[in-house]
Design a protein around this ligand. Structure first.
Ligand code: C5P
Length: 300
């Protein structure tokens, strides 16, 4: 095989409950991931060396040096296999960069699946999931897709049943937010109040809404403990959330660590209309409709 293409989705967190800061610098989470139909594609071609390039909408914002998570993933897989392999990786970018939608994690997951195939390794998903967990807290979910709850750092996953499709709009904001900085701001705000940080618990009402495919109920339960921190760092996002709510969103929240904002729509038509309205809003670079759940990293 001389070239392999993998398609991999973005995610939104429908519940992100952040526990106390751990000694290793991470937080224990209850993180309900939901994969949505905004996809990057990762192409892996035979090559002597290991290179990465990025094309598409947000290409100029992605590092192509060793900081690129896809190339780190390919190297980690080669190391796991105990061999020196090469690959020319080309990422077709549609997921916003540093947007809170796990775009970097998606590319890493895509590279794992693509190189596993290109190099004929035939490793099972469990092995890829383990390598993925070392690359980043969200990478295992990008492999798995669907809707799943992540505990620990977010890397210990269980699939959740969902009834039907949910329709979303994602409003992309100018610039990005560093995940580490948003967690640090969350800790700072918590230290200011001095209140105890409760252990994160899965929201049973949210689970029931997902299971029933009940969009109004899901909209009412959307929750993100990082939202206050993201809004403190980016106060302009509050206006974007309000604009979506004014136009009938069933729920509105910052996606992960932001700055992308996610809106739950009543159906596909509403999502299309809401995306077109939000695209005109001064605070948004663009707004795109999408649906979920969708599968994780998949060979094309
Ligand atoms: O695991 P990942 O590299 O994606 O995490 C990026 C940063 O986000 C970490 O360095 C940490 O600051 C923060 N983080 C956290 N708790 C988690 C996941 C991420 O504090 N469960």
């Amino acid at each position: 095989m001389s070239s392999v293409t993998v398609r991999v989705p973005a995610k939104v967190n429908v519940q992100l409950s952040v526990g106390p800061l751990r000694e290793d610098g991470y937080h224990d989470l209850v993180n309900v991931f939901h994969a949505v139909s905004i996809f990057d594609e990762v192409v892996a071609k035979e090559s002597e060396g290991m290179t990465v390039s990025v094309v598409g909408e947000w290409a100029d914002q992605v590092p192509v040096d060793d900081g690129n998570l896809a190339i780190q993933a390919a190297r980690a897989l080669a190391k796991h296999a105990g061999r020196t392999y090469g690959a020319e990786l080309v990422i077709h970018k549609a997921i916003p960069v540093a947007g809170g939608m796990a775009g970097g994690s998606a590319d890493a997951a895509g590279a794992l699946v693509a190189c596993n195939e290109l190099w004929g390794l035939g490793l099972p998903l469990e092995d890829l999931m383990e390598i993925a967990g070392d690359l980043g807290s969200d990478v295992p979910f990008s492999l798995l897709g669907g809707t799943a709850v992540g505990t620990g750092r977010g890397e210990q996953l269980s699939q959740l049943p969902t009834g039907g499709l949910f329709h979303w709009v994602f409003a992309v904001a100018e610039g990005g937010l560093s995940t580490a900085k948003v967690y640090a701001e969350c800790d700072r705000l918590r230290a200011e109040t001095g209140a105890d940080v409760p252990w994160p618990e899965l929201d049973e009402a949210l689970l029931a809404a997902l299971r029933a495919g009940d969009a109004p109920a899901l909209g009412a339960r959307l929750a993100n403990d990082l939202q206050l921190a993201a809004l403190t760092l980016r106060p302009d996002l509050a206006g974007t959330l309000d604009e979506g709510r004014r136009h009938g969103a069933l729920g509105a929240l910052v996606s992960g660590s932001g700055p992308t904002c996610a809106f739950l729509a009543t159906d596909a038509d509403h999502a299309r209309d809401l995306a077109s309205t939000l695209s005109q809003f001064a605070g948004c670079t663009t707004a795109v409709p999408a649906h979920g759940p969708v599968p994780g990293a998949a060979l094309l």
